[in-house]
Design a protein around this ligand. Sequence first.
Ligand code: NIG
Ligand code: FE
Length: 416
Amino acid sequence: MLIHSAAQLLTIAGSPQRGLHLGELGIIENGAVLINGETIVKVGESQELLSQYPHESLFDASGLVVMPGLVDPHTHLPWVGDRSDEFEMRLIGKSYMEIMSAGGGINSTVGATINSSFDQLLDETRQRARTLFNHGTTTAEAKTGYGLTLENEIRLLQSIDTINQEGPLELIPTFLGAHIIPPDYQAHPDDYVQSICLDMLPRVVDWWRTKNKNAALPFVDVFCDQGAFSIQQTQTIFKAACGLGFPIKIHADEFANLGGAQLAVAFHATSADHLVKTSPEDIQALAKSTTVAVSLPCTPFGLGHSEYTPARDLLASDALFALASDLNPGTAWCGNMQFVIALACRYMHLTPAQAVASSTINAAAAINLADRIGSIEPGKQADLIILSVNDYRQLAYRFGINLVKNVIKKGRVYSV
Ligand code: NIG
Ligand code: FE
């Protein structure tokens, strides 16, 4: 298939974009891209490709933007139920942490999730996966974390695996058994940490190997924050996870700065996510590292907070920066990366080009997939989106609507 005559073809070709290089979109006007099966074969100007390949089936993208599929490197996709009651409680003065300490918050979603049937879990998760896809996300990371026992966490991994097999949204799993300390362990939280290290992680390896023999292991993530896991507990889990060969991620500095960003860098984590209460020293540590700083602007927005990730300081310091949705039922029920881009431009002062690169090639780097997805280049997987507008900046400028017209996943065209 030859997609041709795009008003703008954003290739975003090359490596993940560090620091102030962020935003190099490699735009070809009147651009074309040739796809064979699941793979991109050639990229260039329309006249040239149309004359070189006269017998291909054609997709006319006149007046439209063609760009890489959006990548969402941080979601809590599988869960059951909702917390609209807690949202209302927050509006009349209770904080997220107060609700969580009183047994609500993540705990209430754990309850709803573990008490549901597997079919219900799949139904609710599948609907969200479809929404992400229809809004242009072609690959998303998906975390467990609403199970908190070996059996229930594996069930969540199983739901992610099932939805991934069904497609078309591709899912990259993360084990987040360390989401919160379960109520039964409140008096002796280190026992839960030990059970993650000695029981859950080795069993996750066994489960994964029986299903996906040679594929890279899922990520292991820890919510390192006030009311969740301490820096020592996070370190203990990271040691065990790295010892078993897991790639790692962290939730750091969402509510309080415990030093999670620097710990992530010390363990060569793939990404450090949230980064709101992040200090100048943390920024320096991230800047010199390969750990991708992932900002989740829907979260402060969803909580009605005014503080966001210091994105411009991270970029000025030469860090690798990416965006994600944080889709979850507590702080941010939004899996629309177009809205993430709109927020990032307004509240973190990214340019539209920076926000787009942060949601494609750099987001791919945040899940170790920048060699396969995130740009339109020969040899890469044919994951593209076609916008119903002729200028990519509309993605940041407009908000609250869907500008995606078609999604192309592994070479297959879907209409939205
Ligand atoms: O990233 N911080 C931890 N996890 C989620 C919230 C999950 C929930 O409230 O259910 C987050 O914000
Ligand atoms: Fe999160």
